[in-house]
Design a binder for this molecule. Structure first.
Ligand SMILES: [Zn+2]
Length: 166
């Protein structure tokens, strides 16, 4: 009966099915994030985990959890987010529905941005809809910025194709 009791499946959270959270077993801050001293600095454990795998965190970006588990330091569950996305993510997790209002959002902010990014890179909306298990209508509204407006990339549009004549 795996996955039946949880509010969302691993796939819906953007976590590779079957990959487990690595919960930080040592000191934690009041906010739930683990921390430790490393290289003369005090690090949040998940930020260090991301850095050791991927390199320095670009200035101004957050390391976020796909799995919503602040104790987790599995690099596969971590992704970079902008302050705006992080705020939006926190609001969503605070049950403030801002994505697909009233319909029970099926996508995470990360997935919504991924769909927009891939659409702009030239992928077909129909293929994206199938991959994410959502309707073509939903994908179109997302790519037009009609839904998920609070995300930082909502107003960007697909680059026009420039034809160079010689
Ligand atoms: Zn995790």
């Amino acid at each position: 009966m795996r996955g039946v009791s949880g509010p969302r499946t691993e796939r819906e959270r953007g976590v590779t099915p079957g990959s487990e959270c690595w919960e930080w077993p040592f000191a934690r801050r009041a906010n739930g994030y683990g921390y430790l001293s490393y290289g003369r600095r005090t690090w949040s454990a998940h930020r260090l985990a991301w850095t050791l795998k991927n390199g320095a965190i670009p200035p101004g970006l957050f390391v976020c959890h796909h799995c919503d588990n602040r104790r987790c330091v599995n690099p596969d569950h971590l992704f970079l987010g902008t302050p705006a996305a992080n705020t939006a993510d926190m609001m969503r997790k605070g049950r403030v529905a801002r994505g697909e209002k009233g319909s029970g959002a099926k996508l995470s902010e990360f997935q919504a941005m991924d769909i927009r990014r891939r659409f702009r890179a030239g992928e077909r909306q129909a293929a994206l809809a199938v991959e994410y298990g959502i309707s073509l209508f939903t994908v179109k509204a997302l790519c037009r910025g009609k839904t998920w407006r609070h995300l930082p990339d909502a107003r960007a549009t697909r680059s026009p194709v420039v034809v160079v004549r010689r």
